[in-house]
Design a protein around this ligand. Structure first.
Ligand code: CTP
Length: 409
């Protein structure tokens, strides 16, 4: 995802420095061009050769290296970087950043940096909570740097408290947040549903489907990367909600209906990627149903159609999902028109690379287009990761929101 992006990692002297090797490796796997700059103290915790091996680039420590290349390194890196992350950032380096001090390669590069700078403080709790450190953190925020909140936990000094550098996955997410996508959804509120619903039969059993929530969580994450305010209403899944997203967990179709209805008026766009159960048991047995001889049956009733209800009194851009095993285009167009949607994302469970549980999808985006013969435009996307599919969907929604299609408000 980071092809053609240059990431500068600044590492200061903290035991958490060793974790940046993992981050550097993750960035390289995403095809980023990674340049590491260490303070002298950082080299006491992890050797520069580790980073040189991982990134294929020289790890910079000194400002004046006799073994120089023609470019003035701190200036050239400052110009070509897409983002700089300083992690772990010690109290000392934060103080230098706050006051424009530049006495080593790391702080000199930070001062010459034209790209956004992210700072991940990592230190002993008392140092972190000291008034002067807090003032310096406010100062670097005011100067436009983004500070990644330290986590609470067991610290290397033997105490437990705030000051721990977040895990590399969180730092990677912060980099994505900064540079991955254009910020085309800033100021927009996007409501996304994800996962399956579970419809209880008795205290032990329920009816559900194979949805894992991956597509909906990818939508929530990408919408965040594009700058939207995101609410994620999710049925039961094994996934961790993306950072910075309002998360509303639900279980049944009824709970999802209630949560969506409560939020719909505050939403600019609603994307229903959840696989909502169409039926639920007419009644839920209070006690476990015991087996008897012969066959059994469960009387079922329809659940409320959430999208259908939203379409009847439309307050936001509406995007549905349609999973079919045959006649995908025809059935999906029918759903779009019947539910009064602006867009429906269709996929065929039988297509290789599409469907439940996998990390890829093959979708056709069908958009309402009253001027066209059959009232719609279809656009078939190639096999993509669910993250990229999510971005493509949101990119089209962003354009529609910008051109302000007739969405009653
Ligand atoms: N949906 C909903 N409320 C329901 C059921 C589905 O909002 N009770 C939404 C889904 O989130 C999805 C779209 O409607 O966005 C799917 O449409 P639907 O007609 O329910 O699809 P299927 O159930 O797959 O259709 P069918 O049973 O007709 O094959």
């Amino acid at each position: 995802m980071l092809r053609n992006k240059t990431v500068v990692l600044g590492i200061t002297g903290s035991i958490a420095a060793y974790k940046i090797a993992n981050l550097a490796s993750m960035l390289v796997k995403q095809h980023a061009d990674v340049h590491v700059i260490m303070t002298k103290n950082a080299t006491n915790f992890i050797h520069p050769i580790t980073f040189e091996t991982l990134t294929g680039n020289k790890c910079l420590v000194e400002t004046f290296d006799r073994n120089f290349s023609f470019e003035v390194e701190h200036v050239s890196l400052g110009e070509k970087a897409d983002v700089m992350l300083i992690a772990p950032a010690s109290a000392n380096v934060i103080a230098k950043l706050a006051h424009g001090l530049a006495d080593d390669m790391l702080t000199t590069t930070a001062l010459a940096m034209t790209a956004p700078i992210l700072v991940s403080p990592a230190m002993n709790t008392h140092m972190y909570e000291k008034k002067i450190t807090q003032e310096n953190i406010v100062k670097i925020r005011d100067l436009g740097m983004r500070v990644i909140e330290p986590a609470n936990g067991y610290l290397a000094c033997g105490t437990t408290g705030v000051g721990k550098m977040p895990e590399p996955e969180v730092l990677l997410d912060a980099i994505y947040q900064e540079i991955l996508r254009p910020k085309d959804l800033v100021g927009k509120r996007i409501l996304i549903t994800a996962g399956p619903t579970q419809e209880a039969i008795d205290p032990v059993r329920y009816i559900t489907n194979h949805s894992t929530g991956k597509m909906g969580y990818a939508l929530a994450r990408q919408a965040r990367y594009m700058g939207a305010d995101v609410t994620l209403v999710s049925g039961p899944t094994n996934l961790t909600p993306p950072e910075g997203v309002e998360y509303i967990p639900v279980i049944s179709a009824k709970q999802m209906y209630d949560a969506v209805m409560e939020k719909q008026m505050q939403s600019d766009a609603i994307i229903m990627s959840a696989a909502v159960a169409d039926y639920r048991p007419v009644s839920i047995a209070e006690e476990k149903i015991k087996k008897t001889e012969g066959n059994a049956g469960i009387p079922l009733e329809r659940t409320d159609d959430i999208l259908g209800s939203l379409g009847q009194d439309k307050n936001a851009f509406l995007c549905g999902f349609s999973m079919e095993t045959e006649n995908m285009l025809e059935n999906s167009k029918k759903k779009l028109l019947k539910k009064n949607l602006d867009m429906i994302v269709a996929n065929n469970l039988k297509t290789k690379g599409a469907g439940f549980g996998v990390d890829t999808n093959v979708v056709t985006i069908i958009s309402d287009s009253p001027g066209n013969d059959d009232g719609v435009i279809s656009e078939e996307l190639p096999l993509l990761s669910k993250e990229d599919v999510a971005y493509e969907i949101l990119d089209r929604i962003a354009k529609k929101l910008k051109s302000n299609v007739d969405i009653p408000k």
